[in-house]
Design a protein around this ligand. Sequence first.
Ligand SMILES: [Zn+2]
Length: 82
Amino acid sequence: MICHWEKIDGFRTLNELERFITWIEGQIQVGNAYEVPVDCRYAGEMMPERWFVCKDCQSKWRLVFPDPGYFSGLFCLVEGEK
Ligand SMILES: [Zn+2]
């Protein structure tokens, strides 16, 4: 099953990140998603990250927060998990 969630390869603005967080938290509130503990991190310990599961297909996704000037952030499927 292909997940209907879409990869976000970098947030261009803080507003875009905030809109995404509002969306994912809305998905949790209506029962389409839930949050799980972060297992293996995308980057080092210092990079804030949250993991979410899509209830439709049980795929696991990571949100890696941006680090302005270095990294624009990411929302993507956790590799090796479906
Ligand atoms: Zn899905």
